[in-house]
Ligand binder design. Structure first.
Ligand code: GLU
Length: 459
């Protein structure tokens, strides 16, 4: 059974790079009917926070990346890590090191002056200077020769010579295990078959493989996905870019659109741009991911979002939009057919906030600006609207066809062109001239509300 995991460190919110990794990891497991596991790597007590854990889980829920197991917390597994460290020491694959910082600095200086690579010289392995007053760290005894080779499912074959690798500290002097060690024990215990993660972890991989080897474990497959960069090729930063997944929710992006966009960032299926998660799962494979970094293009994300909004179920959009309208203090009423309004306005929007803005004026007309009033609500136009209101009042056939006919006849009778009626009408009914076609607006507002708003013009 394929088992993948997403293993964020809760030192901040879920960022889009993390979400993309989670998506690939999730999709790969689902495609093979495997399992996807969430593991919270919270051993860095100083930087990990409960708020970050909550916000990561919240973002995973919002994205609908459901995990089959977890969340597992590393802080709850300390006993297990200590047990494995003891095993390694007992088998001679790890050893205590009593060296002080000063000693290590001196050793590195000497190595440097001889033109050697700075590396622990194993003095505590060969002749440990055991000091009762010093609590030792534990170092992993890395193989001295040969190399670590793995066929990365994204990057291809990678080989790192063991001479390049130091004897990694796996337990600090207070006994707490270190990052790379916890990852290894977790991947082993959680029976992870495929480690999908960002390529900033490539350097950790040979160290982790060596520890897994020492534990007699089967080595999982590794897949290191490229970074997501800004459009200008620079690294994304919290200060200048929307990097948190939940910021995209606030920007009115649908979770399925964000996933679609993230999937397309460094993976493709021919010319297909718009797809849902199920389609993605069917098409996805790790070896189709490009090796070079992807560039984040916000305009493209909005375009993908617009396509998803167009295809989304109107009832579903209604539920999302109601929340936004309420947050904007728009007073809702159930006289209006919200899904029908959404159907009308959604082709004009590329995010839920602008969708909500284009719906708000159905519930409450905006306050028109003076320029528009001066231009479109002239005394003649007001006169025209009064006559139009009268005609509308006597219309029994309240259908789109009935309305269209009435408007056509009205324009002929008063010898005006459609916009001559449309602009003042839009302004009175909605408070703006930027609306979809006015016959549809009248139809959706209904007779009562339309007449109410037209009559308000006499006030
Ligand atoms: N905790 C690591 C991070 O947040 C991921 C480690 C891994 O996937 O192996 O970058």
């Amino acid at each position: 059974m394929i088992r993948t995991r997403f293993a964020p460190s809760p030192t901040g919110f879920l960022h889009i790079g993390g979400a993309r990794t989670a998506l690939f990891s999730y999709a790969y497991a689902k495609r093979q009917n495997g399992q996807f596991i969430l593991r919270i790597e919270d051993t860095d007590i100083e930087r990990s926070t409960k708020e970050s854990v909550d916000s990561i889980i919240h973002a995973m829920d919002w994205l609908n990346l459901n995990y089959d197991e977890g969340p597992f917390y590393q802080t709850k597994r300390m006993e297990r890590y200590k047990e494995v460290i003891e095993q390694l020491i007992a088998k001679g694959q790890a050893y205590h090191c009593y060296c002080s910082k000063e000693e290590l600095d001196k050793m590195r200086e000497e190595q440097k002056s001889k033109g050697l690579k700075a590396k622990y010289d194993r003095r505590c392995l060969h002749s440990p200077d055991i000091r009762e007053d010093v609590k030792p760290v534990v170092r992993f005894k890395n193989p001295e020769s040969g190399s670590v080779i793995w066929n990365d499912l994204i990057k291809g074959r990678i080989e790192i010579a063991n001479v390049e690798l130091d004897d990694l500290i796996i337990a600090r002097s207070d006994g707490t295990p270190t990052y790379n060690f916890c990852v290894v024990v977790d991947d082993l215990d959680m029976q992870i078959t495929h480690v999908v993660r960002g390529d900033d972890h490539i350097n950790n991989t040979p160290r982790q493989i060596n520890i897994l080897d020492a534990l007699g474990a089967e080595i999982p497959f590794y897949a290191h996905a490229p970074m997501i960069l800004r459009e200008d090729g620079q690294k994304m930063s919290k200060r200048h870019d929307a990097v948190s997944v939940m910021q995209y929710k606030d920007m009115g992006i649908l979770p399925e659109a964000l996933l679609n966009y993230l999937a397309r960032l460094c993976w493709g299926h021919g010319d297909d741009e718009i797809f849902d998660i199920n389609q993605f799962i069917q098409w996805f494979d790790l070896n189709n991911i490009s090796v070079s970094p992807a560039r984040f293009d916000i305009k493209k994300l909005y375009w993908v979002n617009a396509e998803h909004i167009k295809h989304a179920d109107n009832q579903k959009l209604a539920a999302l939009v109601i929340d936004i309208l309420k947050s904007k203090q728009v007073i809702l009423n159930d006289k209006l057919d919200l899904p029908a309004i959404i159907e009308l306005v959604k082709p004009r929007t590329d995010n839920l906030n602008s969708l909500a803005d284009n719906i708000a004026y159905f519930y409450q007309p905006l306050t028109p600006n003076q320029e528009d009033i001066d231009k479109h609500l002239t005394p003649e136009a007001i006169n025209l609207l009064t006559n139009f209101a009268n005609e509308l009042e006597s219309l029994d056939n309240w259908t789109m066809d009935g309305l269209k006919q009435l408007i056509k006849d009205f324009c002929v009778k008063y010898e005006i062109k459609m916009p001559g009626l449309g602009m003042p009408l839009r302004l009175k009914l909605c408070g703006t001239t930027q609306t979809p076609s006015f016959d549809a607006i009248i139809f959706l507002l209904g007779k009562k509300l339309t007449l109410e708003r037209l009559k308000a013009l006499h006030a």
